[in-house]
Design a protein around this ligand. Structure first.
Ligand code: ADP
Length: 383
């Protein structure tokens, strides 16, 4: 008699990519009895090391994507780096993608997202598309220097974002990288916030608390839940996120990043997948973003999103000069009461996200202090 593994599982999900997001999705999949298969570049990828089934291959190769799709009920994503044309092709062949190719494009192409959000009347920063120095000049004549230039595709953690002080720096950029670029004025940002929203194919929606994201060198370093903002603004941000989810036909979870500026809220970018700003939800919300994503893509009922404590803070663990990974310093971090440590099993490298720590508590300052102290211990610093 042969075993039929499909008899003992509640769903089969494929994920393109096998990094830390897939690794944490695997943890949620185990709990729900969902079989997660990842398309991994290597057997050493974080999700594979966490026990996910895997197909070795590249997200740039349609055959590899087809192979993954043939093993599962629905295909979803751990990142944005898949050619949108390949996704359209897969969809035309009948592959069920969640989110679908048209929705996913809003996270893959910043220019496309800006135009779509503008056409629906959502508040966004003033922007222009530019490929020539003349177009940079024209934008600067209207908005002044400095100008923020962004690569429409392929950027993350600030890679692909350039703060240009003057025309000379714009010329240097045009010499070193090819356009088109998305241009924005340098905004006066009072706070950066994010809202996680989930939507299933039948249209059920769930929105998470609004969180503050703290960046250093354009990379998210801390997430504080809830954001210390007034209720009206939080409701406005949550309303924008849920409306975008419906408009673009989201299936899965989506992080909506917004800037609070003196003129009000502006939508910065969308990530149609679990996101760094939602890691706090593993311990900090009734349903984690990873479990919620699986529920949404499998069309299962969505879970409750409320906080499990008055304050939840996540601090990222980022590689520094030390050659030893954070694993070697685990004991120091675990000595911090209440520290929930997540390590991604990634090789250490300066500036690379290697893990995170979440602390749930009563008081925002004390919670942040504890989370920072554990994260700093893992990074090899002193607190
Ligand atoms: P990425 O896709 O790399 O995360 P973002 O567009 O989110 O790129 O930009 C990264 C960070 O750069 C933001 O979190 C913010 O701190 C800063 N930033 C982005 N756009 C602007 C802007 N127009 N004005 C000022 N700061 C900005």
């Amino acid at each position: 008699m042969t075993d039929n593994p499909t008899q003992t599982i509640s769903g089969r999900v494929g994920m393109v990519g096998a990094g830390q997001l897939a690794r944490m999705t695997q943890q949620a999949a185990v709990a729900l009895g969902v079989e997660l298969t990842v398309l991994a570049e290597s057997a050493e990828d974080p999700a594979v090391l966490a026990g996910a089934r895997f197909r070795q291959g590249s997200p740039a190769n349609i055959e590899d994507l087809r192979q993954l799709a043939s093993l599962v009920d629905v295909v979803t994503f751990d990142h944005e780096q898949v050619d949108p044309e390949l996704l359209k092709e897969l969809e035309a062949e009948g592959v069920k993608l969640a989110p679908g190719a048209a929705a996913k494009l809003h996270a893959q192409d910043k220019l496309h997202a800006r135009r779509a959000l503008a056409s629906h009347g959502f508040p966004i920063p003033g922007f222009a598309e530019a490929s020539t120095i003349g177009e940079f000049d024209q934008f600067a004549a209207e908005q002044g220097w400095p100008v923020v230039a962004k690569a429409p595709r392929g950027g993350y953690d600030g890679r692909g974002v350039w703060m240009l002080e003057d025309r000379g720096q714009a010329e240097e950029l045009l010499d070193s990288a090819s356009g088109p670029f998305l241009l924005e004025a340098m905004l006066d940002i009072e706070m950066e916030i994010a809202v996680m929203v989930a939507r299933s194919a039948v249209g059920e929606l769930a929105v998470y608390p609004v969180v503050e994201t703290v960046q250093r060198e354009a990379m998210c370093r801390e997430v504080k839940a809830p954001a210390a903002i007034d209720k009206g603004l939080a409701e406005e941000a949550a309303g924008i996120a849920t409306e975008i989810a419906g408009r673009i036909g989201l299936v899965g979870v989506m992080a909506v990043e917004l800037f609070i500026t003196p003129g009000g809220l502006l939508v910065n970018e969308l990530a149609l997948r679990p996101h760094n700003s939602g890691h706090y939800s593993i311990e900090g919300c009734v349903t984690s973003q990873f479990e919620q994503h699986l529920r949404a893509v499998l069309d299962l009922p969505l879970g409750e999103t409320s906080l499990t404590a008055p304050s939840v803070v996540t601090v990222n663990v980022v590689g520094g000069d030390s050659e030893d990974g954070p694993e070697s310093r685990l004991a120091d971090a675990l000595a911090v009461p209440g520290a929930h440590v997540h390590l991604y099993a990634k090789q250490t490298r300066p500036g690379r996200k290697l893990g995170h720590v979440t602390v749930c508590g009563q008081d925002a300052d004390a919670t942040a202090k504890a989370a920072r102290s554990a994260a700093s211990a893992l990074e090899g610093g002193f607190s």
